[in-house]
Design a protein around this ligand. Structure first.
Ligand code: FE
Ligand code: FE
Ligand code: ZN
Length: 281
């Protein structure tokens, strides 16, 4: 099945090349990072030498695709025009800056409709995306599967499919499946991973599945809570992640840990999942 493409969320505070070096130090060959401070404000311009350093390292170390994460406070379907406007401008700016690191993924939370209803939420998300996506951009934008906390849009595969279908530039969109979120959203990936993937394929199309977030969950299936747990310590258990990292349909997809850990914890989760994948090969 080839080498697992796995990493974790890293901080941009010491620059892009530094993130690459940190990833290598924990045997990661991909990683995630916030494209800007989640609490808003302007994003720093990227330093070309720093980005070139990362690109060279990724080439040398055979990295897979990176999975950048939009600020989680960004809401394309807020009821407040100013919030929607900020989300659109932030996403456009992020995508423009990401072109200096071409060909990677940009993952975002579709949004919370805050009482306006799912239909209105989906309409606003599609309008936002249509205004922001640019034909010819090298970044694929990923909708993250959500737990369904509050009024989050994107808890079901049907909602994600409606966003993709409703967007005129849908060919630039993919999906990032978060294991904690789909479980909290009600999908039984613990007992029926293949059945859930079949359903994903039927509703969205597996060719849209571009990345995974690997998180155990502190809560039972369908809880809509979104509380991540360390791998093997939550409701999903290590068997679920064994099934994920050895599943042929998921082979080669970047897998990002967002578990409650510091670097050593990520290193040991990566080592664990790599050894499981190797044993199965
Ligand atoms: Fe996320
Ligand atoms: Fe996630
Ligand atoms: Zn989450």
């Amino acid at each position: 099945m080839g080498r697992l493409v796995i990493g974790c969320h890293l901080s941009t505070s010491d620059g892009y090349a530094r993130m690459g070096a940190t990833a290598v130090s924990i045997d990661a060959n991909t990683f995630a990072f916030f494209t800007r401070n989640p609490r808003g404000g302007n994003a720093k311009a990227l330093d070309p030498a720093d980005v070139a350093g990362l690109r060279e390292l990724m080439e040398r170390e055979g990295f897979g695709t990176l999975v950048a994460h939009a600020p989680y406070t960004m809401n394309l379907c807020s009821a407040k025009a100013s919030v929607v406007d900020f989300a659109r401008r932030a996403m456009a700016d992020d995508l423009e800056r990401l072109e200096s690191l071409p060909g990677n993924y940009y993952n975002f939370h579709p949004g919370s409709h805050v009482g306006q209803g799912t239909d209105r939420g989906i309409k606003l998300i599609c309008e936002g995306l249509d205004g922001v996506l640019e034909a010819g951009q090298s970044t694929t934008v990923l909708l993250e599967t959500m737990a369904g906390k509050g009024s989050e849009v994107g808890r079901t595969f049907e909602e994600l499919a409606r966003i993709i279908d409703g967007c005129a530039k849908g060919e630039l969109l993919g999906v990032c499946l978060d294991t904690c979120h789909v479980w909290d959203g009600g999908y039984d990936i613990r007992e029926e991973l293949d059945g859930v993937l079949d359903e994903f394929d039927r509703v969205i199309g597996l060719e849209r599945l571009k990345a995974l977030h690997l998180n155990d969950s502190k809560n039972p299936r369908g809880s809509h809570k979104d509380r991540h747990e360390k791998i093997g310590r939550g409701a999903l258990g290590v068997e679920t992640f064994t099934a994920v990292v050895t599943n042929e349909r998921l082979a080669g997809l970047p897998m990002i840990l967002e578990t409650p850990n510091v670097l050593e914890g990520y290193a040991s989760e990566i080592a664990l999942l790599r050894s499981i994948a190797r044993e199965a090969a």
